[in-house]
Design a protein around this ligand. Sequence first.
Ligand code: AMP
Ligand code: MG
Length: 313
Amino acid sequence: MKNKQIHPKNISEAALILRSGKLCSFPTETVYGLGADANDDNAVLAIYQTKNRPNFNPLIIHCADMEMAKTLVDFSPLALELAQFWPGPLTLVLPKKKTAPISDLVSAGLNTLAIRIPANKIAHELLKATGRPLAAPSANPSGKLSPTNAQMVIKSFENKVPVLDGGACEAGLESTILTINDNEIIQLRAGAIAREDIEEKIAKIIKIAKQDDKISAPGMMKSHYAPSASLRLNVNNPNPDEAYLAFGKTQNLPNPIKNLSPLGDLKEAAKNLFSYLNELDDGKIKKIAVAPIPNQGLGEAINDRLKRASTPR
Ligand code: AMP
Ligand code: MG
C-alpha cells in the first residue's frame, strides 16, 4: 500500500488535496485533525463518513487568522476578549453569519459555528496555503482515541487518508470549548487551555455546562475517546491482570506500565495521555488501571477524557 504521509516541506501538496475537495489530515497543537474545505458539502460529508461520526455532532472550523474568522461569525466585545487566546487551543462557539461561506453540514443545522485559529506552525501554513476555512474534527474513528501523531492517524484509517506529518502534538488534548450566553461565558468542553488560566487572564468567571444543558456541546456524549480495553480509574494498586497508566511516583510493579509524568507534571501528562493509552491498548491487554490525577488545571480535561473513556459503551 502506498504510504500517504506527506512531509511538512510539501505543504502545498496537502493544500492542493484540500482545494480539490478531498480529505487530508494535518497536525495542530491539540491533536491531529481530519481536514476538509468547510464550504464543500461533499468534502464535509466525507468527514462524517470516514469517521463514522453521527451527523448531529457538528465540526470545528479552523481559520488562518482573524480576518478569515470574521467572515464566519459575529464577535461581541466579550468574544473579542476571548479571541486574545488565539492562535491557540481554544474553540469559540459564536453566532454564524448568514453570509458565512460554510456548508450547512458543518454546523449540523445549528445557527452557531465552532471556530478556532490554531497555533501549530504547520496548521497555520496549511490554512494560509489553502486559503479557506477548514472543518477538522479529530482524525480518529468516532468514539475512539484522538491521534497525537501521524502514525496513529495512518493506523486508524488504514492508510486511506493522506497525513501531513508534523510529529507529536504539543498539547495532546483537544481544545477547550467556550460559548457565550447572555454575556456569560460557558465551558462546553474542558481542554488544552485550563479554565483557571483563562479566568485569571480575563478576570471573569467561566461556568461549566452541565451534561443535560440544552446549550451543551453535542459531542459531550458520555462514552467518547475510548480505547478497546476497559479502564478502571483512581487506582493506586493495580491488579495483576491490569496494565497500569501511572502518574507521579510509583513503586516497582510487575504490570505493564506507562507513566504519564513521573514528576507529576499535568502538562506532560496531557501530552502523553492519548498516545500512552494507545500504546497500552495493543489488543492483547484487556484491562487498564489508571492512577488518580489531580483535578486542577489541565487535570480537569484529563479527568474528563478518562471518565468518558471508562464509561461502558
Ligand atoms: P472534535 O472536532 O471531534 O474535537 O469535536 C468538536 C466538538 O465541538 C464537539 O464536541 C462538538 O459538539 C462541538 N461543537 C462544534 N460545533 C458546535 C456548535 N455550533 N455548538 C456547540 N458545540 C459545537
Ligand atoms: Mg474528536
